[in-house]
Design a protein around this ligand. Structure first.
Ligand SMILES: Nc1ncnc2c1ncn2[C@@H]1O[C@H](COP(=O)(O)OP(=O)(O)O)[C@@H](O)[C@H]1O
Ligand SMILES: C[C@@](O)(CCOP(=O)(O)O)CC(=O)O
Length: 311
């Protein structure tokens, strides 16, 4: 098989502001290079896909791969290309709040433009990934697309131009996967329902989460890891009250705190998936990592937050 185009994408971590970002509050996120997707187009007689989710004719792919089917159809129609055999290789765990759908869309779009040998602008890449995310999530804020299609941490507000925002702070972040599938769509819908039935209560939580994102920005600018840890703990409580945490997340987050974390919270859509733990130093991060592994956490990734270590 002749390779005709290759592209890459990374996962993402939301440090602060998930769910509130859907309602126009700010959030802070960064591309997470600890996990990556590679998309490769080969020449083929029929549109085919090889991936961990499904391998075979793209036309027969299950519902979950609709986003890939629709994105590739959109690209091929626009540029009069095809047919192809697309291979997806990924270390981004699917449906764990790490933005796997946006990472896959980023890798596919880059690979496609490599195939047709046309320069892809950042704006066009973002447009294609947002197209795909709208299919995946229904009502996305756009933060996953903005983060995974870029190369810098960002301070993001829905519908606004976003700024790169360096995350230089003297601390380590441990990313941990509960191993339970996250349910972003369901969690976003649950918050919307809560907004209908308990409007004042829900608005209060959403605004408080936005306030925590603004405080987080200040804590990072002033290199205040202890404050950041506290804001993460407050955010977890707000997210719990929004019903987007679950028992396992609560239990593991508490375990991390009991073992010396500066703060810990879920990341992404919630109701499963990943959580993040802020640790003061390397010794603390390895200790907490060991305790979480004993408690049955599936995977962990360590991330220094000093001078662009995450990029
Ligand atoms: N390795 C992969 N191969 C093919 N598709 C993938 C892969 N990883 C993720 N996806 C796509 O992304 C979807 C998961 O996205 P989603 O539920 O939004 O979770 P996340 O929070 O990780 O973005 C899958 O249903 C699938 O369409
Ligand atoms: C819950 C939310 O704020 C983030 C979802 O992240 P993920 O798709 O679970 O990785 C939804 C959104 O911003 O579109």
């Amino acid at each position: 098989m002749k390779t005709i185009g290759v592209g890459h994408g990374t996962g993402k971590i939301i440090l602060m502001g998930e769910h509130a970002v859907v309602y126009g509050e700010p959030a802070i996120a960064f591309p997470f290079r600890g996990v990556r997707v590679t998309a490769t187009f080969n020449a083929s007689a029929h549109n085919q896909i090889t991936s961990s989710h499904y391998s075979g004719l793209l036309a027969d792919a299950p519902e979950a791969l609709q986003i890939i089917q629709q994105l590739t159809t959109h690209l091929c129609q626009q540029f009069d290309q095809g047919p192809f055999h697309l291979t997806i290789e990924s270390t981004v765990p699917s449906a764990r709040g790490m933005g796997s759908s946006a990472a896959v869309a980023t890798a596919i779009t880059r690979a496609f433009f490599d195939w047709i040998d046309v320069t892809l602008s950042d704006t066009d890449l973002l447009t294609y990934v947002n197209f795909s995310e709208a299919i995946a999530h229904g009502n996305p804020s756009g933060i996953d697309a903005a983060t995974t299609s870029g190369s810098q941490p960002i301070y993001f507000e829905k519908g606004k131009d976003f700024e790169a925002f360096p995350l230089n702070i003297d601390a380590y972040l441990l990313v941990a996967d509960t191993g339970i599938l996250g349910r972003t769509r369901e969690a976003v819908a649950a918050v919307a329902q809560l907004m209908k039935t308990k409007t004042e209560y829900t608005n209060h939580l959403i605004h408080h989460l936005g306030h925590l994102s603004r405080l987080t920005k200040e804590a990072i600018i002033h290199n205040q890891p202890h404050e950041l840890g506290q804001y993460m703990n407050f955010a977890q409580e707000d997210l719990r009250q929004l019903t987007v945490s679950n028992e396992r997340l609560d239990e593991l987050i508490q375990l991390a705190r009991d073992n010396g974390a500066l703060g810990a919270k879920l990341t992404g859509g919630g109701r499963g998936g990943c959580f993040i733990v802020l640790c003061q130093d390397y010794q603390s991060v390895t200790h907490i990592q060991t305790q979480l592994k004993y408690a049955g956490v599936k995977d962990t990734w360590m991330q220094g937050l000093g001078v662009y270590e995450h990029v």
